[in-house]
Design a protein around this ligand. Structure first.
Ligand code: ATR
Length: 287
């Protein structure tokens, strides 16, 4: 990698940051397109986030990704927000436009692009069951709702959080049949019988976390089972879906596509998604 006097800086703020795959993914894209840029991980403690955001201006950094635990709190430190970031209530991408810091969120659109491209699924008019009601769920829900599905059932351990999400999204999307329920096999049995898509937006299934146990055998043939977890790439939840002959969609595509959309925002160029996917896949295999 060559660093010149004109090299533009991209990066990611998070804490902890050591396990991020974004530098490998973006630097591979930068190299493939021969750009004079570099993507750097920055370990930013919550108490230093304000300083770090100010440094984007001070150092004339071109663009930054924001990850855990800063996605929500960073909003108040920015000059402008995209409509989507405002709707989601979280920012994962900042672009520095001549000192004006604009916050965007590419997670939901990244998920949608992967769902359509990798799983061949079009949400329009379909019945969807979404597990989780946290930040990731908000991003995915915002993107899916914009596609005009017939119904979305939000299932969450804390039912009241699912109910608040439903109340909020009902106002914005009155044509969608939105409902909340508990993350409970008996409540989900019937909805899963007619669901075309089931998505896990929680961390259940991730290495070191609990398992997500749902009655997947109720789902109709051809239904898609989707998981945003990518460590491991094939969660037990997806393995069970695969054994049942359902269509399986793992979290790698969302990771790559949210990065590709951020890359386009910063560079104006279409990202080399196949190269980015290969790099991330290899990094996951090596871990
Ligand atoms: P993120 O931004 O990654 O979505 P979050 O906002 O903390 O993280 O949300 C985590 C989601 O995973 C929530 O839906 C949470 O359920 P609760 O609202 O009931 O807390 C869900 N979750 C996390 N651990 C869980 C577990 N062990 N069992 C069931 N749901 C879990």
């Amino acid at each position: 990698m060559k660093i010149s006097g004109r090299t533009r800086i991209l990066g990611i703020f998070g804490h902890p940051i050591g396990h991020t795959l974004s530098p490998a993914m973006h630097n591979a894209a930068i190299e493939a397109l021969g750009l004079d840029m570099v993507y750097i991980p920055f370990s930013v403690r919550p108490s230093r986030l304000k300083d770090a955001v100010e440094a984007i201006r001070g150092l004339d950094i071109l663009g930054i990704n924001i990850t855990i635990p800063h996605k929500e709190v960073v909003i108040d430190l920015l000059d402008k927000l995209s409509e989507e970031a405002r709707a989601i209530g979280a920012v994962n991408t900042i672009i520095n436009s001549n000192g004006m810091l604009i916050g965007l969120n590419t997670d939901g659109q990244g998920y949608l692009r992967s769902l359509k491209g990798d799983a061949g699924f079009n949400p329009k008019g379909r019945d969807i069951v979404l597990v989780g009601a946290g930040g990731a769920a908000r991003g995915i829900l915002t993107a899916l709702a914009g596609e005009g599905p017939a119904s979305i059932i939000i299932a969450n351990r804390t039912t009241s959080k699912a109910e608040s999400l439903v109340d909020e999204f009902k106002v914005k999307f009155p044509d969608i049949d939105l409902r909340a329920c508990a993350l409970d096999t008996s409540e989900l049995k019937d909805p899963l019988k007619t669901a075309a898509l089931l998505i896990n937006t929680t961390s259940l299934g991730m290495e070191g976390k609990g398992r997500l146990e749902l009655p997947l055998e109720e789902m109709p043939g051809g239904a898609v089972v989707s998981d945003i977890v990518y460590k491991p790439l094939k969660t037990d939840f997806l393995k069970k879906a695969q054994d049942l002959g359902l269509v399986v969609h793992d979290g790698l595509g969302m990771l790559v596509q949210q990065g590709a959309i951020s890359f386009k925002i910063w560079t104006g160029l279409d990202a080399p998604v196949d190269i980015m996917r290969n790099v991330v896949e290899r990094a996951l295999e090596e871990e």
